[in-house]
Write a protein that binds this ligand. Structure first.
Ligand SMILES: Nc1ncnc2c1ncn2[C@@H]1O[C@H](COP(=O)(O)OP(=O)(O)O)[C@@H](O)[C@H]1O
Ligand SMILES: [Mg+2]
Length: 90
């Protein structure tokens, strides 16, 4: 069974540097979403935030929520996020 991934009003900063401002994306269950953008647009930051590894770069999520199915995964530990079925595939 697959879940949808819903990102709502997400904002992320690295100290004083705003990286994402009010991002909302829905990846439907079993679907695909491609994120395109120039260098520095925030693609990597988005993936870091979804997978709970933003803290490694001293980044902070300042607003918004990320839900996988009914589960709120925003600010959960990366190991918990992986267990729920969300992972990076480099
Ligand atoms: N570790 C970091 N510390 C400070 N600023 C960062 C860091 N990583 C990325 N940024 C900044 O966040 C913004 C988004 O970068 P990034 O997510 O790497 O974009 P992309 O992956 O689309 O090239 C840019 O302004 C970038 O300079
Ligand atoms: Mg990148």
């Amino acid at each position: 069974m697959s879940n949808s991934l819903k990102i709502d009003g997400l904002s992320v900063s690295y100290g004083p540097i705003p990286a994402l401002r009010n991002i909302s994306i829905e990846v439907p269950a079993g679907g695909f979403v491609s994120v395109l953008g120039s260098n520095g647009a925030g693609k990597t930051t988005l993936v870091r935030t979804i997978t709970g590894v933003l803290y490694l770069q001293k980044g902070k999520c300042t607003s918004g929520s990320i839900k996988f199915g009914d589960q709120e995964i925003t600010k959960q530990k990366s190991r918990t996020i992986v267990k729920s079925g969300v992972a990076q595939v480099p």
